[in-house]
Design a protein around this ligand. Structure first.
Ligand code: NDP
Length: 333
């Protein structure tokens, strides 16, 4: 059939077990939407690992096509803002979770979910950035909005060898910040220094839970992908008036060992960053900053290329914290 294309489809059997595999599907199977996109690239994120596997409560109906972000070219549109040939990028809006996402050669979505690709970014660049990079940029912007400047001191990035962490290190270093990168993988020290980290902090140094109300002021700010015991410790080490941009919970859903003291004795701010429901204007602003401020040469160093067929194994690996940098999926390979 003329409108056949490939997709990674996750099916659930009668016993509730999920299985992901590459299948040929047709356009009429896609969800409703104003814009039909020829997908060029998608990426692998922690949430994708959940959606490729058991679902983690994110997927509502099966069969399901995961892929929480994609970049591609408009094939058809009933919305005046987009015409065939326009390059577009999508992140968030629970695409790839409760509606079919980017692990397919075509996707159909409401126009409001898309952003025009800024000049200077290719669709592959955009997915090297992806949801992880957008989140890293939103975190940097939130820290700056709360007064962070390079003169204030060292900025800590936790979960640094992961997707969000790697891009956060590269952006901060490009903007002139002194960056300390926390990693549980000492073998990634050279990679992180290559991205611009000035200092590597072993994960163990920051995961011991203490009851101390405060520790020495060590960091002017932090982008935290980990939460758990790490965030509990880091909050006690933030300098007076500094902020932590909390983006993820790879190390646990609680903030272990945290006390109120950093907030009332040092005026520390805890800023929650959510890339999923960002309004259109905020997404356009962040993508503009990405096009302007992200060192693309560094970004290409953190890319691991993948195909749709690689995703079942890679999805399992990201859930174990074994993926380095950004996995960019060429859905047409
Ligand atoms: P990755 O798996 O690529 O990176 C997470 C990193 O955290 C790992 O590489 C590892 O880094 C570190 N880590 C993993 N497990 C632990 C642990 N038990 N204790 C301490 N550190 C650990 O994931 P992403 O970067 O894609 O996402 C990170 C988090 O951010 C996830 O929770 C994800 O759901 C969330 N997220 C949130 C977004 C938002 O909008 N707020 C958007 C995108 C992601 P290392 O080996 O260097 O220690």
């Amino acid at each position: 059939m003329a409108n056949e294309f490939k997709a990674l489809v996750v099916r659930k059997d009668d016993e509730g077990k999920t299985r992901a595999g590459v299948e040929t599907i047709t356009e009429d199977q896609l969800p409703e939407g104003d814009v039909l996109v020829q997908v060029g690239y998608s990426t692998l994120n922690y949430k994708d690992g959940l959606c490729i596997g058991p679902g983690g409560g994110l997927v509502r109906t099966y069969p399901h096509v995961p892929g929480i972000d994609f970049a591609g070219t408009v094939e058809a549109s009933t919305d005046d803002r987009y015409k065939p040939g326009d390059a577009v990028v999508l992140t968030g809006w629970r695409v790839g979770e409760n509606r079919w996402g980017g692990y397919a050669q075509k996707a159909r979505v409401p126009a409001d979910m898309l952003v025009p690709l800024p000049d200077g970014l290719t669709t592959r660049d955009a997915m090297a950035v992806g949801t992880a990079g957008l989140t890293a940029m939103l975190a940097v912007m939130a820290l700056e909005d709360h007064g962070l400047t390079p003169e204030k001191g060292t900025v800590l990035v936790t979960g640094a060898a992961g997707g969000v962490g790697s891009v956060a290190v590269a952006i901060l270093a490009r903007l002139g910040y002194q960056v300390a990168a926390v990693t549980g993988r000492p073998e990634q020290a050279d990679y992180l220094k290559g991205l611009g980290a000035a200092e590597i902090v072993p994960r163990d140094e920051l995961t011991e839970v203490t009851r101390k109300p405060l520790e020495g002021e060590r960091w002017a700010g932090c982008i935290d992908a980990v939460a758990g015991a790490m965030l509990g410790r880091v909050l006690k080490q933030i300098s007076y008036g500094g902020s932590v941009a909390a983006i993820g919970l790879a190390g646990g859903a609680a903030i272990e060992g945290a006390l109120i003291t950093p907030f009332i004795l040092r005026g520390v701010n805890l800023l929650g960053i959510d890339s999923v429901m960002q309004p259109y204007d905020a997404r356009v602003r962040a993508w503009g900053r990405i096009a302007a401020d992200l060192p693309m040469d560094k970004l290409h160093e953190m890319i691991q290329p993948a195909t749709l067929a690689d995703l079942p194994d890679l999805g399992a690996a990201i859930l174990k914290g074994q993926v380095k940098g950004r996995v960019v999926v060429d859905v047409n390979a």
